[in-house]
Design a protein around this ligand. Structure first.
Ligand code: FES
Length: 72
């Protein structure tokens, strides 16, 4: 779904930006230029960022060992 019509940014692109290393709304905004024109999408963009970061933290907390650990 499109979050930012001015810049053509979707919720999937916001999630991907977070999976690729963005850790805050500010970083997502700098990376994708979301909410950089009219600003009407800022609330929804922040909500997608918040939900994705919470989801990631919950997933990582549920792992029995750190994600970078691999079993040979
Ligand atoms: S809809 Fe995102 S800046 Fe206008």
């Amino acid at each position: 779904m499109y979050v930012c019509l001015c810049q053509g940014v979707t919720d999937g692109q916001i999630r991907d930006a977070i999976y690729e290393g963005c850790c805050s709304y500010k970083e997502v905004r700098e990376t994708l230029n979301v909410a950089s024109n009219c600003g009407k999408c800022a609330c929804l963009a922040k909500q997608v960022v918040r939900e994705t970061l919470t989801e990631l933290q919950t997933t990582q907390a549920a792992l029995p060992y750190p994600a970078e650990f691999t079993v040979a």
